[in-house]
Structure formats: structure tokens, C-alpha cells
Design a protein around this ligand. Structure first.
Ligand code: BEZ
Length: 219
């Protein structure tokens, strides 16, 4: 069975975390949440990633976004590991919860398993999966990185800004877009509708096809 992906509702699983036991939808609380997994505690790339996520937490909080980490070890191991994470990234505090999943049941249901990585006992490990979950508990965006490639938190923040922007307006964000740059008007919006919806105006690029589909505006 294919795993959950964009458009799917995150199952309301009960999870054990460094902040106690809760159900995922209670944690989301009808807000935006980034859920992200790491292969294992006390591993090098994961240690750098957890610290960077903590360092970026104020930026996510400014946008009303919560974080929830996942790693397959147990809660006690996570708590010990956090000390290393905080020591490696000075000034960072891992104040977001980390889910424990020694049985791998949670990561399987959240489509966060790495098919290529196994621990020394042959158990599957989580991939570097990341789902941005909307206020309706549905996945809006997913990243999937192998264990050997650490993520760029600037890109996570940029992607977050994009999905928040497109949730508010009938627009999309072009290549290399960042917060404050012009956005493109969705192809489903006619020029007549665009004049109503974007009173600030929009610019249509002249293209060899003569088709008027590349329209920029500011929101
Ligand atoms: C790491 O976090 O460095 C890592 C974890 C599992 C496999 C490879 C690298």
C-alpha cells in the first residue's frame, strides 16, 4: 500500500514523546505543523539537523508553525541525545517534542521509512522525511532525503512560506522564490478574475507562444 503523501490526512496516532503522550491531531490543534524524522539518535547528521531546527524555531513560531521531530529510539535516549544536540549548536534549545518509535510502527504509518537504511539489528530506520501539515491535518508538502544528506533549514522555511502564501491567495510561487518576491497567478484564474482579485495589478510576461499564462503580482 502506498504511504501517505500530499493531500492525505495524517492519521491521528497516539505517540510517546519527550513531552509525554499525546495524539497527533491534539498536538496540531488545527494549526500548521512541520513533522520531520531522523534515522537515529546519537548519529552525526541528525545531531546537526535537530540543533538547526531548534535554532530556526523562533522563525517558525513567528509564522504560527509548530515542530514535531521523530526518531526511532526511546524517550530516555532522546532526552540524553538532546544534551549533545544543544552542546553542538550553542544557544539552541530543543523545546519541541521528539516522538519515540522503537517499534517503527509510527514512522511506517507516516511514510517516513528509509528502504535502504537498517540498524545493526536489521531493523528499518526512518528516512529524513518532512511533512508540512496544514490546519486541516492534511499534508501540504513533503521532502524525502536519504540518511546521508542533511536538510537545509533555509529551504524548509522557504517552503513553509510558500505553502502559507498559497493557502491565502490564488497564487503559486516560482523557482527560487523567497518571502517578499513576486508570485505567479494560478493558471485557473482568468484575466478578468485576476483584475478583481488582485486590485494591486499584475504583469503578464510576453512569451513566444503568445499565451498569457505567466502573470506576476505581489501579495
Ligand atoms: C547520520 O545522522 O549521520 C546518519 C544516520 C544514519 C545513516 C547515515 C548517517
Amino acid at each position: 500500500m502506498p504511504g501517505i503523501t500530499i493531500g492525505d490526512t495524517v492519521p491521528n496516532l497516539e505517540v510517546q514523546t519527550t513531552h509525554g503522550k499525546f495524539k497527533l491531531h491534539d498536538y496540531f490543534n488545527n494549526g500548521w505543523t512541520i513533522i520531520f524524522s531522523h534515522p537515529a539518535d546519537f548519529t552525526p547528521v541528525c545531531t546537526t539537523e535537530l540543533g538547526k531546527m531548534a535554532a530556526y524555531l523562533p522563525e517558525f513560531e513567528k509564522r504560527g508553525v509548530k515542530l514535531l521531530g521523530f526518531s526511532c529510539d526511546d524517550v530516555q535516549s532522546h532526552k540524553e541525545w538532546i544534551k549533545d544536540v544543544e552542546a553542538y549548536t550553542p544557544g539552541c534549545k530543543v523545546t519541541y517534542p521528539i516522538v519515540a518509535d522503537p517499534s517503527r510502527e509510527i514512522i511506517k504509518q507516516l511514510n517516513m521509512v528509509d528502504p535502504n537504511e537498517k540498524d545493526s539489528s536489521g531493523n528499518q530506520l526512518p528516512s529524513r522525511a518532512l511533512h508540512i501539515v496544514g490546519s486541516d491535518n492534511k499534508i501540504k508538502l513533503s521532502f524525502l532525503y536519504p540518511a546521508t544528506t542533511g536538510r537545509n533549514m533555509d529551504e524548509v522555511l522557504r517552503a513553509m512560506d510558500s505553502v502559507l502564501t498559497v493557502s491565502k491567495y490564488k497564487v503559486a510561487t516560482p523557482a527560487n522564490w523567497k518571502q517578499g518576491d513576486p508570485v505567479v497567478i494560478s493558471p485557473q484564474v482568468s484575466n478578468e478574475e485576476a483584475k478583481q482579485v488582485f486590485p494591486q495589478g499584475f504583469e503578464t510576461k510576453n512569451l513566444p507562444s503568445g499565451k498569457e499564462y505567466l502573470r506576476f503580482t505581489n501579495v
